[in-house]
Design a protein. Sequence first.
Length: 400
Amino acid sequence: MDLWQIGDWVELLLRWVHVIAGIAWIGSSFYFIALDAGLKKNDMLDPGVGGEAWQVHGGGFYRIQKYMVAPSFLPNELTWFKWEAYSTWIFGFALLVVVYYSNPDLYLIDRSVADIGSANAVIIALLSLPISWLIYDSICRSALGRNPARLSIAGFVLLVVAIWGLTHLFSGRGAMMQIGALVGSIMVANVFFVIIPNQKKIIAALLLGEKANPTLGLQGKQRSLHNNYLTLPVVFLMISNHYPFLSSGPSSWLIVSGVFIIGFLVRHFFNLKHSGRAPQWWLLPLASLVTLALMISTTSFVRGTGAASETATPVDFSEVQRIVSTRCQVCHSAVPRFQGLSQPPKGVMFDSPAEIATLAPQIYVQAVASHAMPLNNLTEITDDERRKLAIWISSGAKLP
């Protein structure tokens, strides 16, 4: 087995476990928020029970009760929901190191955005994770944290500032992944530094025969709710690297901010619905309108970039082949010349005229419309060369 195959296997396995752990974490988050919202009180419950829910699944019935602080006793076995979150972050961070931080020139840096250097890029990316958490945690523990509406506004403003900053420091693809890592780190830090420690303090007080501080439970519930609202946008960011029109435009930070708004609206609709209150149906049309606005904005960007004029001078294929050979074939060849690549990304190759002509539509999307390729413009393709590609493709991508 060649070394490149080992590296690919490592990346594949990390991605696989990261996704599996993420599914488990998201599933438990969605379930418990829905469960908490659907709890009902009745006179038959113990005084310390805030509500109960009856559920049916797998051929049986479940009766679930929630103690608002702690019960009078604990069973011998207590199930903790924490390793789903920890595993998601551990394997996700390892994947981030393997793909992005170990090769920042390829995926993280775009010198046309900010010429910050490889080492500086990795340092900034790493520091952004704990710094963002400390700022967010400070806001939650401040007076703003006692007012959900003001806390939501402050948190969203903080988020938009972080998104704007990262999209103006890193490549489009790198920024998307870094924003996802930043928000995901805040979510797992909520579990590690607040939710689980507070639960342990409640249990310790119970074992000592003391009355647990109810604020501890409220803090844990607050952070769990924050995680629930952040889940959908983070999943979107994790798959966004497959769609360069999202990250390569000049307004990518607005698109990402809009995605968070959409995710918040959709989660809020379902959270209210699970609570048994009247469904706020207007939330879904509003989310759809924001989605439509984002779609229109990206469509306008794609159509308005590098479009060929009807009166443009025809471009000979020999010139197209020169551009592709110089700017694209460095990576997209049976034997890539770019250091660190042992095979062409996604199996795309431009070694023959037929391959170039067949993949002309993809060339247009990646190199002309979105400027996503070459990655971070490592081969320094010019706007004039992009224009020539557009003219050739628009005229039918003809071979000699």
